[in-house]
Design a protein around this ligand. Structure first.
Ligand SMILES: Nc1nc2c(c(=O)[nH]1)N[C@H]1C(S)=C(S)[C@@H](COP(=O)(O)O)O[C@H]1N2
Ligand SMILES: [Mo]
Length: 200
């Protein structure tokens, strides 16, 4: 009997079909992975600035950001430190709705995410255009906790989770692929979990 239970549990951990990328394990909780301390940003002081290779810089207040069309998506998290968290429901603003009125210069190919606290992460623009990408303020029906990036973090679910900057305060459009914080310390410049692009 005990053996039956054991083998069923083991099977549940291993049988994720094609849903779990190689080298990952599913967790139930939600680990906090932050370099440095959690910034506390008052909503009336919060700003999101979109600049770099744009005709004109755009800045959103919290109320302006929340007035954009709202989207809900469910996706899985894959962290480079080998944990995955399934079925995260995110609410927020989709990329096309966020950049609708931003006149991006034609030579722009990449973005750098800039966070309160100084963290950065680079992503190609074409990856921001994937349908699962969301600038999220809510996770599983609750405002995202400060430790997890609240009040707002983008989620780029098809890349390792370090590509989803917590406490986002700026998006910089760039022509070239430049390394962000972890990329400068040896993480992969792109970070596809399905190809195990962990380190370079
Ligand atoms: N601003 C900021 N964003 C960040 C990080 C960070 O240290 N600072 N860590 C990254 C890493 S390595 C991971 S795995 C996820 C962790 O998010 P979580 O703490 O909500 O699980 O956030 C990413 N975004
Ligand atoms: Mo990470």
């Amino acid at each position: 009997m005990a053996f039956d239970i054991f083998s069923r549990g083991k099977k549940q951990q291993e049988d994720h079909g094609d849903r779990l990328p190689p080298g990952q394990k599913v967790v139930d909780g939600w680990p906090v992975l932050s370099y440095g301390s959690t910034p506390r940003i008052k909503l009336d002081e919060w700003r999101l600035r979109i600049g770099g290779l744009v005709e004109e810089q755009v800045e959103f207040t919290w109320d302006e950001f929340m007035a954009l069309p709202q989207t809900t998506v469910t996706s899985d998290i894959h962290c480079v430190t080998h944990w995955s968290k399934f079925d995260n429901e995110w609410q927020g603003v989709a990329w096309p709705d966020l950049v609708k009125d931003v006149r991006v210069k034609p030579e722009a190919r990449h973005i750098m995410q800039h966070s309160y606290g100084g963290y950065t992460a680079n992503v190609p623009i074409r990856d921001m255009e994937e349908s699962g990408v969301i600038f999220a303020h809510t996770h599983n029906g609750k405002p995202i906790e400060p430790d997890h990036g609240g009040p707002m973090r983008p989620v780029v679910p098809h890349l390792y989770f370090w590509k989803s900057a917590k406490w986002l305060r700026g998006i910089e459009f760039m022509a070239d692929e430049k390394p962000g914080f972890w990329e400068m310390y040896g993480y992969h410049i792109y970070g596809d979990p399905w190809k195990e692009e962990r380190y370079s």
